[in-house]
Design a protein around this ligand. Structure first.
Ligand SMILES: CC(C)(COP(=O)(O)OP(=O)(O)OC[C@H]1O[C@@H](n2cnc3c(N)ncnc32)[C@H](O)[C@@H]1OP(=O)(O)O)[C@@H](O)C(=O)NCCC(=O)NCCS
Length: 172
């Protein structure tokens, strides 16, 4: 089965909602995506879908966030990402992350922050954000709050606390 990874289009919005609902077994993340899409933090090129036989089976979203330190630094949040259960563990999630990282680099972004599975994201180069003294705005175990530099030493000297846009506060 061939998986195509491509940028979302307007016609995909409904399927993206469903994919996230199925993967998370709740609608919070689907609603979060809809809110981010309407916000200034949305980057259309960084909302990617995985498609198999014209069916969307996975989705990943990267949107703008800030690290507030000595000054404000722009970064990206990887959130949410979802692959529908029957298509999981086939590498589709990995393809979405890799393509997203490539695209983010191409667009000139310098780093990505993720709050997620500690065994999964390091495979793609994510490391503990605490390495750069970058903090999550709420209490989380150190190993689940991660970051990746897309350009050399991008996070050096960028110690601070991540500020998630309000949309995120409504998701548990
Ligand atoms: C997290 C998620 C997106 C991963 O998607 P996925 O397509 O299953 O991801 P991958 O297939 O790339 O990797 C998943 C696992 O399958 C393994 N795998 C990858 N390709 C494989 C293959 N061809 N055959 C067997 N296993 C494979 C990976 O090594 C990985 O193993 P791990 O669990 O030990 O890390 C998916 O599990 C999901 O939607 N979960 C629910 C929502 C969620 O928690 N999202 C993340 C938080 S925002």
């Amino acid at each position: 089965m061939n998986t195509t990874i491509r940028k979302e289009e307007e016609k995909d919005h409904k399927q993206i909602y469903e994919v996230n609902k199925l993967a998370f077994q709740q609608e919070n993340e689907s609603k979060l995506i809809e809110k981010i899409r309407k916000s200034e933090n949305f980057i259309p090129e960084l909302s990617l879908v995985a498609e198999i036989d014209n069916r969307i089976v996975g989705h990943i979203l990267f949107s703008k966030i800030k690290i507030i330190g000595d000054s404000d630094y722009e970064s990206l949040a990887l959130a949410p990402m979802a692959v529908i259960p029957e298509f999981q563990k086939r590498g589709i999630g990995s393809e979405l992350i890799k393509k997203g990282i490539d695209k983010a680099k191409e667009l000139g972004f310098e780093s990505i922050i993720v709050l997620g599975h500690k065994e999964y994201y390091p495979k793609f180069g994510f490391q503990r954000a605490s390495k750069w003294n970058i903090k999550c705005p709420f209490e989380v175990p150190d190993e689940v709050f991660m970051a990746i530099e897309l350009t050399e030493k991008a996070l050096e000297g960028k110690a601070g606390t991540v500020e998630y846009p309000d949309e995120f506060n409504e998701v548990e």
